[in-house]
Design a protein around this ligand. Structure first.
Ligand code: NAG
Ligand code: NAG
Ligand code: NAG
Ligand code: NAG
Ligand code: NAG
Ligand code: NAG
Ligand code: NAG
Ligand code: NAG
Ligand code: NAG
Ligand code: NAG
Ligand code: NAG
Length: 208
């Protein structure tokens, strides 16, 4: 903790007057709404030289950088050229151990991130989401839920994603007849169905 704090102090002393500190509270009200884990979930005006403070205030969460196509996997695991940030699990011990992760902004690109404990339910966010791009925060959240949520399993990786695809609905209709009640049973089901389920999903991914 001490080292994080001194890093913070060093950064703020070093920064030009125009540099901003942007706070993202991690742990919002996740009891009723997991997609509220990052508040705000979208940061629009970070500029080079600013710092993002992920302020872990409740629960046990991570702030982990990922990519648009693979929302719930650390960025480095899907693209080795990205040296993404990852806080690891930060347990706040019921709010008595609040910690920060400090992320300096070094370029103008979009930075996607997630919480490993709620990603599958939409616990994701984005920094400098490009307004003219089809890669929106809503699309990123849908990818997270689709790939890691209730019905995904072994073959989820590999399907990329631009937020607004229509094939999603056809896949959904073929696999979600039991929607709602098999949540958490994805692994069990994939063992039962095995390749039978994986092959159509791989084909679906290739068609996208
Ligand atoms: C979470 O949100 C629900 C619904 O808005 C509210 O009833 C509940 O009190 C909130 N919990 C906390 C800890 O803020
Ligand atoms: C959950 O939180 C998100 C982000 O704050 C908000 O947009 C959404 O309306 C909330 N959903 C519910 C059901 O409260
Ligand atoms: C950045 O955006 C946030 C919310 O969108 C706003 O509250 C804040 O004032 C903005 N800061 C600057 C320096 O524009
Ligand atoms: C983090 O959140 C705590 C609790 O809400 C607050 O006291 C603290 O000032 C916040 N830290 C920053 C850097 O905003
Ligand atoms: C935080 O969550 C992770 C994943 O669910 C878990 O492995 C870890 O034990 C949790 N940490 C604490 C202190 O509960
Ligand atoms: C990996 O990331 C780099 C730098 O961000 C990017 O230029 C490249 O296109 C990415 N590669 C893939 C396969 O997405
Ligand atoms: C956190 O709060 C829960 C519920 O009030 C309690 O059961 C648990 O013992 C608390 N944990 C710590 C480390 O204080
Ligand atoms: C980042 O964006 C700012 C404002 O649009 C621009 O002035 C700057 O040249 C950009 N920097 C890079 C490295 O693209
Ligand atoms: C999301 O699913 C992928 C593929 O199954 C897995 O590698 C990854 O660990 C999952 N992410 C989380 C946060 O559970
Ligand atoms: C935003 O997206 C548009 C359309 O894809 C692209 O032309 C532009 O270069 C992007 N801007 C940044 C800063 O990446
Ligand atoms: C959902 O599954 C649970 C446990 O497997 C079972 O007790 C419950 O009756 C099921 N609900 C429905 C609507 O099928």
């Amino acid at each position: 903790m001490r080292s994080v704090l001194s890093t913070v102090l060093a950064l703020s002393a070093f920064s030009a007057a125009s540099a901003k500190q942007i706070v993202v509270t991690v742990g919002g009200n996740t009891t009723t709404n997991t997609s509220a884990v990052f508040q705000p979930a979208q940061i629009t005006n970070a500029t080079i030289g600013d710092t993002i403070f992920f302020n872990f205030t409740k629960g046990n969460h991570t702030a982990t950088q990922s990519t648009f196509a693979s929302p719930c996997i650390p960025a480095h695991d899907t693209n080795v050229t990205i040296n993404g940030f990852d806080s690891g699990f930060r347990d706040t011990v019921n709010g008595t151990a609040i910690t920060n992760l400090v992320v300096p902004i070094t370029d103008n690109g979009t930075i996607w991130f997630y919480d490993a404990n709620t990603c599958a339910a939409g616990g994701v966010g984005g920094i400098n989401v490009n307004d003219s791009s089809t890669e929106t925060l809503d699309g990123f959240r849908r990818n997270a839920i689709r790939l890691n949520g209730t019905k995904s399993s072994s073959s989820a990786s590999g399907s990329g994603g631009s937020g607004t695809r229509t094939a999603t609905s056809s896949r959904t209709s073929s696999t979600s007849a039991t929607s709602g009640n098999t949540s958490g049973n994805g692994a069990e089901r994939s063992v039962v169905v095995g390749l039978g389920a994986a092959v159509p999903m791989i084909i679906a991914a290739m068609l996208l």
